[in-house]
Write a protein that binds this ligand. Structure first.
Ligand code: PMV
Length: 309
């Protein structure tokens, strides 16, 4: 059998995190500059399937490792395709930071599933791949909304409502974002759990906030599709104010947001689960260098430039 390689991008949530768990829409985009790649090569007869992820410090034989997301991904692919365990070796490499809300878990699973299915001569459709990766996301995140696996598998900006077919959409004009990493972990299931508890205590306030976030998402989608980038900054500010009200921001995120705005970013907000993890800043070719410098000065551990297209 021939070798097979496949990859999947990282992702950012543009608008609508957290409210998306409660049925509101959210927008997310792939980060093509960060990728997970999987390579499948034939193994010796009788070797079975082994998986190695040196960046993640992991090595598994398929048998007996089902509890692990990578082995689970491989098992799900074999089940879906009705194939037995091949004698093969999978190597997974990723430059997506782990636990920062950039979709690393989903991208690694998507790359592995795509490569293994192609190796077996049975490539998966995006929707099939996404459903399969969702199963593995549950291992990392409890009951995720499904937005991560969707954007990572489709590799295009998506408008996502839980329980509905995802809609891919096209920016009328590409726009530049800087992604600033606080260096603090963003434990998604903890922030999602904290929001859930607070929602149970104060359902009216929380539901009103989710609805307001959903309204921002609708306006943002239309602005993006029309190429009205200048409208996005105030919408990011509005979404961030609502996320503060949900209490998912943090001093570290606020510091980066403030620094980006002071350096001339058109808008800035946290992206993903919050607490730690990443923020995004809207920049122009003229402001990108200054905003990047100020993000580092304000404590960012890593700044990534991406074009949403
Ligand atoms: O995986 P993250 O950190 O980008 O967060 C996912 C976004 C949430 O809306 C907070 C959770 C979810 O499942 O959609």
């Amino acid at each position: 059998m021939n070798t097979c390689t496949a990859s999947a991008p990282g992702k950012i949530i543009l608008f609508g995190e957290h409210a998306v768990v409660y049925g509101q829409p959210a927008l997310a985009a792939p980060v093509h500059d960060l990728r997970a790649t999987a390579h499948v090569a034939p193994g010796s007869p009788g070797s079975g399937l082994s998986i190695e992820a040196p960046d993640l410090d992991q090595r598994h034989a398929l048998a007996g490792a089902a509890a692990h997301a990578l082995a689970l991904t491989a098992q799900l692919v074999l089940e879906r395709l009705g194939e037995g365990e091949p004698d093969a070796h999978i190597t997974v490499q990723s430059d997506i930071p782990v636990a920062g809300g950039l979709g690393s878990g989903a991208a690694v699973s998507a790359a592995l599933a795509r490569a293994l299915a192609a190796y077996l001569g049975r490539p998966l459709e995006n929707a099939e791949l996404s459903a399969l990766v969702y199963e593995t996301e549950k291992v990392h995140h409890g009951t995720p909304s499904g937005i991560d696996n969707t954007v990572v598998c489709y590799g295009m900006p998506v408008y996502f409502v839980r329980g509905h077919e995802p809609e891919v959409f096209h920016p009328g004009k590409p726009f530049d974002l800087l992604i600033g990493d606080t260096g603090m972990p963003s434990p998604t299931h903890e922030t999602v759990g904290a929001v859930r508890e607070a929602w149970q205590r104060e359902p009216n306030m929380y539901e009103a906030t989710f609805t307001e976030i959903g309204a921002v998402v609708e306006v943002a989608r239309s602005a993006i599709e029309r190429g009205q980038t200048a409208r996005l900054g105030p919408l990011m500010a509005e979404n961030q104010a609502l996320l503060r009200r949900l209490r998912v921001s943090s001093p570290e995120l606020e510091q980066l947001i403030e620094a980006a705005l002071a350096a001339g970013a058109g808008g800035a907000k946290l992206s993903g689960g919050g607490e730690g993890g990443n923020m995004i800043a809207l920049v122009e070719p003229e402001t990108v260098a200054r905003v990047r410098k100020e993000l580092y000065r304000a404590g960012a551990r890593r700044v990534i430039h991406t074009l949403v297209r």
